[in-house]
Write a protein that binds this ligand. Structure first.
Ligand SMILES: Nc1ncnc2c1ncn2[C@@H]1O[C@H](COP(=O)(O)OP(=O)(O)OP(=O)(O)O)[C@@H](O)[C@H]1O
Length: 260
């Protein structure tokens, strides 16, 4: 039986300042089950990052409820079970004076606290994670000298070193070339085989079609939530309606891209 990891129930959120309120999400309800790879897609400003921030407890809920592993988000405290890779994490590596080893080990501080020394077990876990991401050979390199694709893998390794059962990624392939995007999805497949639940926010409908089990399509409202096959059956006309501008799905090697 499917076990829900995230349950989003009737979530509505608006940004408020003195002058006006900007609605970002309205009455969003859906679940993500254990071991599932769910992609959240939608145009710019459709509320994808807002929903992630609500799920991860960065923003306070205004209306609705979010359960994580059956627990109300407020009382959920096993954050070490969730690995998170932020939007453009790799871009922030530029000018960052730390080695790959240091950045990846820093993913353990959630669990260990800031001032604990790393022990042999931590270093073994580091080596295993670097191997999984195929970046053992750059362990002692400075992250500011890496390519975008390499830096991105370093930040995924940082999110994974705790062995989280859930991985949340916000636009992780932004600015990465297509070869590295392919490598990146191969890593996600390896994780899926280990039953990691994956929640991915992306603009790229093409990679979603090729890789995700389920798709949630946001544009302030939840316009669609279903299997990958059901999503593909929506067709360009329906997708264009959701996106608010004409969309064309273009074939591209074995990947498809979404164009305006
Ligand atoms: N800090 C903020 N203050 C005010 N309005 C905001 C803020 N952050 C986002 N918004 C607005 O909320 C809506 C949803 O934004 P959000 O960033 O969640 O969308 P998104 O789908 O992640 O966009 P993108 O794909 O461009 O990253 C937009 O109208 C945006 O302008």
């Amino acid at each position: 039986m499917a076990v829900p990891v995230f349950e989003i129930k009737d979530v509505t959120y608006e940004y408020k300042d003195k002058m006006e309120a900007t609605p970002a999400l309205q009455n969003i309800s859906f679940s993500i089950n254990e071991g599932e790879f769910l992609a959240i897609v939608g145009p710019n400003g459709s509320g994808k990052s807002t929903l992630l921030k609500l799920i991860l407890g960065v923003y306070k809920l205004q209306q609705g409820q979010i359960l994580i592993n059956g627990k109300n988000r407020k009382s959920f405290n096993a954050w070490q079970d969730i690995g998170y890779v932020s939007q453009k994490a790799a871009a922030h590596a530029k000018g960052f004076p730390a080695t790959v080893k240091e950045v990846v080990l820093s993913g353990l501080t959630k669990e260990k606290g800031l001032f604990k020394r790393f022990n042999r077990k931590d270093n073994e876990q580091l080596d295993k994670t670097l191997e999984l991401l195929d970046i053992s050979h750059i362990k002692y390199q400075n992250v500011s000298n890496l390519s975008g694709g390499q830096a991105q893998r370093v930040f995924i390794a940082r999110a994974l070193i705790n062995n989280p059962s859930i991985l949340v990624l916000d636009e992780p392939t932004e600015g990465i070339d297509s070869k590295h995007v392919k490598d990146f999805y191969n890593v996600l497949f390896k994780l899926k085989e280990k039953d990691v639940t994956i929640l991915l926010v992306t603009h790229d409908i093409g990679v979603v079609v090729d890789n995700a089990d389920r798709v949630a399509c946001l544009n302030e409202h939840l316009h669609f939530h279903g299997t990958n096959t059901e999503f593909q059956n929506l067709g360009e006309a329906e997708l264009s309606k959701i996106y608010g501008f004409p969309l064309q799905l273009v074939s591209h090697n074995h990947q498809r891209e979404c164009c305006k």
